[in-house]
Design a protein around this ligand. Structure first.
Ligand SMILES: [Zn+2]
Length: 311
């Protein structure tokens, strides 16, 4: 029986989970819900609060002492959230809602920052107090942990690795969701890899399906197909630029790569490590490790648990 230290929530764009988590990061009872398309932020929150109450009732005595919440969108200093994808979240004071529902202290942060904290506390960075975490999925995001704490920066934007400029003045570079050109996200995200994959297939006269995925590009790279290796290597260059830039600024011992695209494992990590080393100045070369995330889809949920334990 796992002794529940905290109650953790993870609100993503399409699904949410809550779990009781022990001091050493073991997941106790966990509940997950897909968001019904009709549910706005407040309705979905009410549903998840019910799930949380259900977990506590199930767990019986030895109640958790705090609540931690990961949210897939911007979070301000007061724990208020907003979302570009789900209506109604802009009115929600998530921290206060949790406090009132459970009578417990609550801390809230965004999913990328908590992915970083989760990996540092319980995952691929357990042996270090400082790391950068890159999440490479549909987009590219990240977080920085220094001295075991999330580093937010002056405006809460620290760790936006996807918008590190790689080819910002190149008019031939793709536009980024942020409105600039040639950001790392526009060249190395899952969406970008799929787009470049279609382009590369068309260029060699092969069918280029509209629904081609980054996963399929990596699978083809694993079969040594030239078009896919080229796409992979160009994405790796952009990502290596970001990783090396972060290492030059922060001199970190560990960089963790997570998110759906990182599921490609050594097909991504192998060449990435090589390119990072090639890009770094002599003083930094060979001194930092680039590791695959260890917690998979649970980095942010366990990061929310780690955050609650700080309270
Ligand atoms: Zn951008």
């Amino acid at each position: 029986m796992v002794t529940s230290e905290v109650l953790a929530f993870d609100f993503g764009g399409t699904k949410a989970r809550c779990a009781l988590v022990s001091r050493d990061g073991r997941l106790g009872p966990t509940r997950a819900q897909r968001r019904p398309p009709s549910a706005d932020g407040p309705r979905w929150l009410a549903r998840m609060l019910d799930e949380g109450r259900g977990l506590l009732a199930e767990a019986g005595p030895g109640a958790p002492r705090a609540v931690g919440v990961s949210f897939g969108g911007p979070v301000d200093d007061e724990g208020r959230v907003s979302s570009m994808h789900v209506a109604g979240w802009e009115k929600v004071d998530l921290r206060r809602s949790m406090r009132e529902a459970f009578g417990l202290p609550c801390l809230v942060d965004n999913d990328a920052n908590l992915g970083a904290l989760g990996e540092q506390r319980f995952g691929a960075g357990r042996d270090t107090a400082h790391l950068a975490y890159f999440t490479v999925s549909t987009g590219v995001g990240g977080g920085v942990v220094l001295q075991g704490k999330v580093h937010h920066g002056a405006h809460g934007i620290a760790g936006e690795f996807g918008h590190i400029p790689f080819r910002p003045f190149d008019l031939a570079a793709p536009e980024c969701a942020c409105g600039k050109r040639g950001c790392v996200e526009s060249l190395a995200s899952g969406r970008a890899i799929a787009r470049e994959g279609r382009r590369a297939l068309a260029a060699v006269g092969r069918p280029a399906p509209d629904d081609l995925t980054a996963e399929q590009v990596f699978a083809a790279a694993g079969r040594d197909e030239t078009w896919a290796l080229g796409v992979r290597d160009r994405a790796v260059e952009a990502l290596a630029h970001a990783v090396a830039s972060v290492l030059c600024v922060l001199d970190l011992p560990v960089v963790v790569i997570g998110g759906g695209v990182a599921q490609a494992g050594e097909l991504l990590l192998g060449p990435l490590r090589g390119r990072v080393e090639d890009a770094l100045p002599e003083v930094l070369r060979g001194r930092s490790q680039v590791r695959q995330a260890a917690l998979g889809d649970f980095s942010s949920l366990l990061g929310a648990a780690a955050l609650a334990m700080e309270d």
